[in-house]
Design a protein. Structure first.
Length: 80
């Protein structure tokens, strides 16, 4: 069971119910938090994001079409 504690002016810890400085948890809660925390971090870092994929895909497509058109213009100008 986790306890919310605050640091007192005399540098001691006191269990409080409101705003706290630290949370004291059991060993089992700590181990569970470490495992689920790692999974959550990995999901946030490596999960597929459709919005980011769409942005990168659109930018690559625009860059390809622009470069292709510029290449055609340069090729046509070189023939004259």
């Amino acid at each position: 069971m986790s306890q919310c504690v605050a640091i007192q002016p005399d540098q001691t810890l006191k269990v409080v119910s409101g705003a706290c400085d630290f949370v004291i948890i059991t060993q089992a809660e700590f181990e569970q938090f470490q495992q689920t925390g790692l999974v959550n971090v990995l999901n946030e870092l490596f999960a597929f994001d459709a919005a980011t994929f769409g942005l990168i895909n659109t930018a690559a497509l625009v860059a390809f079409i622009t470069a292709h058109c510029i290449g055609r213009v340069v090729r046509t100008m070189g023939k004259t």
